[in-house]
Ligand binder design. Structure first.
Ligand code: NAI
Ligand code: MG
Length: 365
């Protein structure tokens, strides 16, 4: 019997390609994993009436650990995001995204080593929305007038931004615990409390309270989100662990990925007290899906995070060393990286790059 059983959700778009590559690399790393494949994605709508069948959620609950490819969410209309639904169903309240420069990946900086800790359960991603012109939207608009809270145009759609003390304290505590466990020196909380006093203001107060109650010498710092973006682009090396409410954390993740070489190399995890689901930062990349062009590095590095979580530290490190070696060598890199590095050498396919990773694991022993 394998040492660990993991639920594998290939997803759609480039997901089946990047997860197949990931699976081959994990198998080459020496980790003993049994994969239980479960489906999610738009292609299930016709048969199941939902992009996230209950059996998929059950499979993750059974194995406690899952790794998934991206799933397409139609913009503006259609079903709600599968990713958001899964995070909700499993109470995965932490979104953890390490951002690390990989020499050779064409990043703007080669000294970035920060960790994004994003609140994953509330804020504008709570999914509480009212369509413009609906009875509920009209009621809310009337209530705002009545309370003297402000005038809202009658043809407005409304998204609710709930931010609670409990969830804010929980995520900031996680950021400090993570910093302590991984020998990091500083936690920065990012907010827009000057404008949104009752939501971001509450988040900031919770962060300050948690920071004040901590011992252990980890420094606490705070930034307003727009200034943070400028600071990130100008000097990302100043940040260590950075904790965000949901929306800013999502945006900052892509910003940070862009600084170190792009979405193709940015891994992540969704973590709760009981379950963990590992996935890249990027989406389903419909523009390159099915063409064997996707960069599987982000998915592969997400698997390394998963192996850390499972206690398979050596296999995880083997994968990370192989990634660094293939990028440092620079002979076999996918099109996104070729573009980022401005190199006109022929781009490797997803499969060729994966072969190079597996070969590197073999020679690094
Ligand atoms: P995206 O991340 O899929 O793509 C943005 C750009 O980056 C595209 O040009 C794409 O080709 C490129 N790219 C992304 N990953 C790449 C990789 N591994 N290798 C090479 N190039 C890569 O973002 P987009 O286009 O905004 O979203 C597409 C769909 O994905 C949407 O339906 C969105 O809702 C969904 N999505 C799903 C996520 C998830 O399942 N966790 C996360 C983010 C978006
Ligand atoms: Mg995102």
């Amino acid at each position: 019997m394998a040492s660990h059983t993991v639920t594998l959700i290939p997803g759609d778009g480039i997901g089946p390609e990047t997860t197949a590559a990931m699976r081959r690399v994990v198998e080459a790393s020496g980790a003993d994993i049994a994969w239980e494949v479960a489906e999610a994605g738009a292609h299930l709508m016709a048969e199941h009436g939902t992009p996230l069948p209950a059996s998929t959620v059950e499979a993750v609950k059974r194995n406690k650990v899952a790794i998934k490819g991206p799933v397409t969410t139609p913009v503006g209309t259609g079903f709600r995001s599968v990713n958001v639904a899964l995070r909700k169903a499993l109470d995965l309240y932490v979104c953890l995204r390490p951002v690390l420069s990989i020499p050779g990946a064409g990043g703007r900086y080669d000294d970035v080593d920060l960790v994004i800790v994003r609140e994953n359960s509330e804020d504008l991603y709570a999914g509480v929305e009212f369509e413009a012109g609906s009875a509920a939207a009209r009621k809310l608009i009337a209530l705002c007038e009545e309370e003297g809270a402000g005038t809202i145009r009658p043809d407005s759609g409304i998204s609710i931004k709930p931010i609670s003390t409990a969830a804010s304290e929980r995520i900031v505590r996680y950021a400090f615990d993570y910093a302590e466990k991984h020998g990091r020196a500083q936690v920065t909380a990012v907010h827009k409390a000057n404008i949104m006093k009752h939501t971001d203001g509450l988040f900031l107060r919770a962060a300050r309270d948690v920071a004040a109650a901590r011992e252990g010498g980890i420094a606490f710092d705070e930034r307003i989100v727009d200034a943070f973006c400028m600071n990130m682009v100008a000097d990302p090396a100043q940040f260590d662990v950075v904790v965000f409410p949901n929306l800013y954390g999502d945006i900052a993740s892509d910003l940070a990925a862009g600084l170190v070489g792009g979405l193709g190399i940015a891994p992540g995890a969704n973590i709760g007290d009981e379950y963990a689901v590992f996935e890249a930062v990027h989406g389903s990349a419909p523009d390159i899906a099915g063409q064997n062009k996707a960069n599987p590095t982000a998915q592969v590095l997400s698997a390394a995070m998963m192996l850390d979580h499972l206690g398979e530290l050596e296999a995880a490190e083997r994968i990370r060393r192989a990634v660094r070696a293939v990028y440092a060598e620079g002979a076999c890199l996918t099109g996104d990286i070729r573009k980022a590095t401005g190199c006109d050498q022929l781009a490797a396919s997803c499969t060729e790059f994966t072969d190079a990773l597996i070969a590197a694991i073999g020679t690094l022993e």
